[in-house]
Design a binder for this molecule. Structure first.
Ligand code: MSP
Length: 594
């Protein structure tokens, strides 16, 4: 491609956005022609520290968000907050996918100019992100100018490197899935409502239409070996492992070149091909680039990793594995940009055992769900019950069940049993532990202590495996175990009974053994509350903060390192009311139950 054929306006716009050392409006033509990869990833230069980078998929704006979208958001947020808890700088990117046929048609149907249409629905996803307490650093919109520039630059480098060619393309295009399907995967279906027949993808059941046009192609077929080599070197690139094998099998079976543009008469709502204004860039190429746009692409040399790239983990749903695990690494490898380190491809939420999907209207409104059950309760439910390998069926009764068992009966009960009674004091028990006067003997307390010593490490292990559901389960097991320990030790009984002094000279007459046993139980239970509270912060940020306030943990002592037995002797005086009456203040009865 001759760079001079780029429109002047574009040449001025295409410019690296991270503190560039280049002078002038744009790199000179000769340099650009020699090495477009100058703005690509270089590992030889001195690099600044790379933050942990996690991304969510960007959401189509053709309809309002549903609980499936909320799930993806929650998973990314837990992953990001976990890293922050571990003391790392972490970046989370989310946003909206606004171009393509699907949006063009939805806007036309609504009789609203596409940009206005996108503004309105993008806002609903932004509202959702705010409402669920998503700790996002970037909310990217593919209609943002910086993104469009990044896409055009990316295209330009692909083209310059010879990975794009023009040819006629014929095939079955699915607007709903924004992809072509091979002839062998198409079948005739009958609409049960109208009785009309239509051609559909076997995989998704969505309608496809025959299209025959001249457009640009990406040499995906040339990447088969490089991709297979990449997967071999990175066997955990896709999590879970079953999806990794599916991807390897798919690539091993061979890849066809990919159509990556559409004539403007068909698709006008998108980013224009840099040197051919008669073509619009394929929405998936446009959309995938969002992940590097906000990481600062095109990078000035030396600053490639400052914005977080390569992403540590990209969270997606299982329906978009092909785009993220085959196309995306191929595009990046073509430009010598390192692919993301891992892709977490989760399963779906179903409703009545049918996929929750806006196209069918079989959805739960996430805002209504949070209004009804609370933000952190929904975060808990989605993380606890949400599937990674297998789909999960959504149910209000299940949320109520989890609430009663885990939150009210588990955490809430534990906290009120320890913080409310006037017959002991958490602070005094902590002081006894600090001063070394705490009774340490007994198999139950030792088992409890061992569990608390291991908990943070084991939870971290699960988080490193990107299994936040299993991590949450471990935390909850600690809650249930502590409740059993408390039940067995029954400090409220000890306070009422005679001192049961063991025979022998170990304990002098004047020591109140029951008092020591009470303090031991209260301390080990308080430690469980403190450690669980710290580890729960990424999952339920508001409730965990309230819990830690109730046992008086200082805000500076809520890090991962603090989540260890005997790591903090400064707490024990509540910072907030601990509640009264029959219900605890942390998890009161749900409004629906009252
Ligand atoms: N715009 C594309 C993604 C582009 S990323 C460069 C897209 N958008 S989407 O709005 O259809 O889906 C966004 C995410 O929500 C996807 O990860 C998808 O898997 C997820 N979910 C959509 N329905 C879902 C469920 N029923 N359950 C769980 N996640 C679901 O695809």
């Amino acid at each position: 491609m001759n760079i001079r054929s780029l429109p002047t306006t574009l040449r001025g716009q295409l410019r690296p956005r991270v503190a560039t050392r280049w002078k002038g409006p744009w790199i000179c033509n000769s340099c650009r022609m020699q090495s477009p990869s100058k703005a690509s990833f270089s590992s030889s230069r001195r690099v600044l520290e790379k933050p942990y980078y996690v991304t969510s998929p960007i959401f189509y704006v053709n309809a309002a968000p549903h609980v499936g979208h909320l799930y993806t958001m929650v998973l990314t947020d837990i992953l990001k907050r976990w890293q922050v808890l571990r003391g790392k700088k972490a970046i989370l990117c989310t946003g909206t996918d606004e171009h393509g046929m699907k949006i063009q048609q939805a806007a036309a149907k609504a009789k609203i100019p596409p940009k206005e249409f996108c503004d309105a629905t993008s806002q609903t996803f932004l509202n959702l992100a705010e409402r669920v307490n998503l700790s996002y650093d970037h909310f990217v919109r593919t209609t943002d100018e910086d993104h469009k520039e990044a896409v055009q630059y990316f295209w330009f480098v692909l083209k310059t490197k010879g990975y794009i060619y023009e040819s006629k393309h014929e095939g079955w295009y699915c607007v709903s899935d924004e992809t072509y399907y091979p002839e062998s995967t198409i079948e005739k279906r009958v609409d049960p409502v109208t009785g009309q027949t239509f051609m559909a993808s076997q995989e998704t059941g969505k309608e496809v239409e025959w299209s025959s046009e001249s457009n640009y192609h990406f040499r995906l077929s040339a990447f088969k070996d490089r991709l297979l080599e990449f997967y071999k070197e990175n066997p955990e690139f896709v999590v879970p492992a079953t999806r990794m094998s599916d991807v390897v099998n798919q690539v091993s079976a061979g890849l066809e070149d990919l159509s990556i543009s559409r004539p403007i008469e068909r698709l006008s709502w998108g980013v224009r091909v840099p040197d051919d204004s008669s073509q619009t860039i394929y929405v998936w190429l446009d959309a995938l680039i969002n992940y590097i746009t906000k990481a600062g692409y095109p990078w000035a040399p030396g600053s490639e990793t400052v914005g977080g790239w390569p992403a540590d983990v990209q969270v997606i749903g299982k329906d978009i594995v092909r785009f993220h695990c085959i196309y995306w690494p191929a595009f990046l490898l073509a430009l010598d940009i390192p692919p993301p380190k891992q892709i977490l491809a989760h399963a779906h939420w179903t409703l009545g055992n049918q996929k929750m999907a806006k196209s069918t209207g079989n959805v739960v409104n996430p805002i209504f769900a949070m209004d009804r059950f609370g933000v952190d309760v929904m975060r808990y439910y989605l993380a606890h019950d949400g599937g990674i390998k297998n789909d999960s069926d959504y149910g209000n009764h299940l949320i109520v069940e989890r609430y009663k068992k885990g939150l009210q009966g588990g955490i809430g009960n534990l906290v009120s049993r320890i913080t409310r009674p006037k017959i002991w004091s958490v602070r005094k028990a902590v002081e006894a532990a600090r001063d070394g006067t705490l009774l340490r003997e007994g198999p139950w307390p030792q088992k409890q202590a061992a569990m608390l010593r291991d908990l943070a490490r084991l939870v971290n292990l699960k988080m490193e495996q990107l299994d936040s559901g299993a991590a949450l389960q471990l935390i909850m097991d600690a809650v249930y175990e502590t409740n059993k320990f408390l039940q067995y030790s029954a400090p409220w009984q000890l306070a009422k009974t005679q001192d049961m002094r063991p025979a022998g000279p170990t304990f002098p007459e004047e020591v109140d053994m029951n008092q020591l046993r009470i303090e031991r139980t209260v301390y080990h239970s308080s430690e469980a509350i403190r450690i669980v509270g710290i580890l729960l912060q990424p999952f339920m940020p508001t409730k965990a903060a309230q819990l830690l306030d109730m046992v008086g943990v200082d805000e500076s002592r809520r890090t991962f390192e603090d989540a260890q037995l005997d790591a903090d002797f400064t707490y024990g005086i509540p910072k907030v009311p601990v509640g009264g009456g029959p219900f605890d203040s942390l998890f009161p009865p749900l409004p629906v139950e009252k």
